[in-house]
Design a protein around this ligand. Structure first.
Ligand SMILES: Cc1cc2nc3c(=O)[nH]c(=O)nc-3n(C[C@H](O)[C@H](O)[C@H](O)COP(=O)(O)O)c2cc1C
Length: 190
């Protein structure tokens, strides 16, 4: 397990090809998301899968909303936005389902829990032999995109996990120096 954790790398969406996880594999992968740390057992997440022709529909939504927000966007860029969901055979949209004014769990913790679910889903995909990458971009946070995906209220997308079979083997990446990210605390400065 530690090897999987220490060697996981994202795969660029264009290098994620068919086959996508089959139904059984996908159930196992998404079930890992249900094991995310979760303050007060709120289950503040849901997962929307998009594959096949629905990816074209998502591309249409992304292109339409991008053009609406950025009227000067060149046609070629809009066309590229429309193609983005077609890069990989499967997209899992990770949604944080938000409860405002929860007595125990502030919204930031609900979003963090959804982020943890996204990470577990990526790790489970790795364990099942699939590649993935967590992508966002400005469209992620636009109301119209959320609405078309059936996301209502204050719920919000935390990411699009593109998933599929890596066309080339993942190469290990240099990671940051641990000492740059760790300190030991000995008590308040007097
Ligand atoms: C919330 C979030 C949003 C991200 N959005 C993008 C994105 O839109 N485009 C992108 O190239 N990488 C994005 N990334 C980063 C990639 O998922 C990936 O982590 C990065 O390419 C580094 O690769 P690694 O995971 O192998 O370290 C995002 C990561 C997170 C956590």
């Amino acid at each position: 397990m530690l090897d999987t954790l220490l060697n996981r790398t994202s795969i660029p969406a264009v290098q994620l090809q068919e086959p996508a996880p089959n139904e059984e594999q996908l159930q196992r992968i998404l079930s890992a998301g249900l094991c995310a740390p979760d303050h007060a057992a709120m289950r503040p997440w849901r997962f929307i899968t998009i594959s096949g022709d629905a990816r074209n529909a998502l591309g249409d939504v992304l292109a339409r909303v991008a053009a609406q927000y950025e009227p000067d966007l060149p046609a070629e860029k809009i066309a590229r936005t429309r193609q983005k969901p077609l890069r990989s055979p499967l997209i899992v949209v990770i949604v944080a389902t938000i409860t405002n004014d929860h007595p125990k769990t502030p919204v930031v913790e609900q979003i963090l829990s959804a982020g943890a679910a996204a990470t577990l889903i990526q790790l489970a995909a790795t364990a099942e032999g699939f590649g993935s990458i967590w992508l966002t971009g400005p469209n992620t946070y636009r109301r119209e995109v959320n609405e078309d995906l059936g996301i209502t209220g204050d719920d919000q997308i935390v990411g699009f996990i593109y998933m599929g079979t890596a066309s080339k083997p993942a190469t290990s990446k240099p990671r940051p120096n641990l000492a740059d990210h760790v300190t030991q605390w000995h008590g308040p400065k007097s």
